[in-house]
Ligand binder design. Sequence first.
Ligand SMILES: [Zn+2]
Ligand SMILES: [Zn+2]
Length: 312
Amino acid sequence: MIDKDLEEISSKELISKDDLWGYGAEHQMAHYLKRKFFDHPEIHVLNNLRFKCVTDDGDYAQIDHLIITPYCFIVVETKNWVGGMKYDEDGNCWYLSKEDDEWHTSKESPIFQAKRQSEALRRVLQNNKEILRKKFLFLQGGFQNYPVHFLVALYGESNVVKPEKSCKYDGMVLKAEVIPDKILEIYEKYKNSDTVKNFVKDALLKNDTLWILPEEDIKKTVSFLKEIHCPQFFYRKIELESVKCKCGGLLSFALNRETKKWEAICKACGLVKPFSFKCSKCKKPLKLFETGWPRKKLAFCKYCDEYRIVKE
Ligand SMILES: [Zn+2]
Ligand SMILES: [Zn+2]
């Protein structure tokens, strides 16, 4: 069943070309997943989850598609790389550019990305195990050993190029349209193995159990994840805010090409100073970035996850 749909983009004018490109692929993947699992009683699909990591550095984890089953989680990272994708046995990835027909390294390998998101998911759930999981024979259930698989889905016309020697990532980097079948295969493998025996054995032998997630715990986990979900800024309505100079004039902002730092400029009094504004909520420094077309400047606090369009 589909427990969370991919949201619509609310601030189209703020989305970058890359994000819009990625959105198209995620939208298609969400459609494939819906078609396959909309009436499946045990396979739960949550599209687009973004949550604060357990560490306190203000970082967010973002999962394109999360599949929750009674036996495992599956994290799907979707990529829209038109020309093709290649990976090696260490998990490094390259994409084939249609422009020059050459292989380029990716900023971050989608394999590592998916792995990192899986770890962030496990950590946030494990941190809340008491509210999410039942006890069995007085033992608190948890997520420390719960299986988390990850898959990389390649959308579009492009192909996946495997390394010459077979490796552990084979079968994890796939074309988007075969991902639903792969999910079903992983799920059925668990379902058909002797889970009842493992259920008791794990509960008795391990401090943190691997036992299956009952429907009740799945429901709690799904609503917890929906509760901690903070959508990316382009899924929200972002307010305009102007910043005033001490003289009463309107401040505008520009990137100093030499120092590569943002500066505030007042046209009324001629003041130029470094951009050093603090978040009104948490008092930590705000940051600035440009996005969308025509370009707009957004001031944001990464700790509070709040964004404002700067009115200049
Ligand atoms: Zn001024
Ligand atoms: Zn803040």
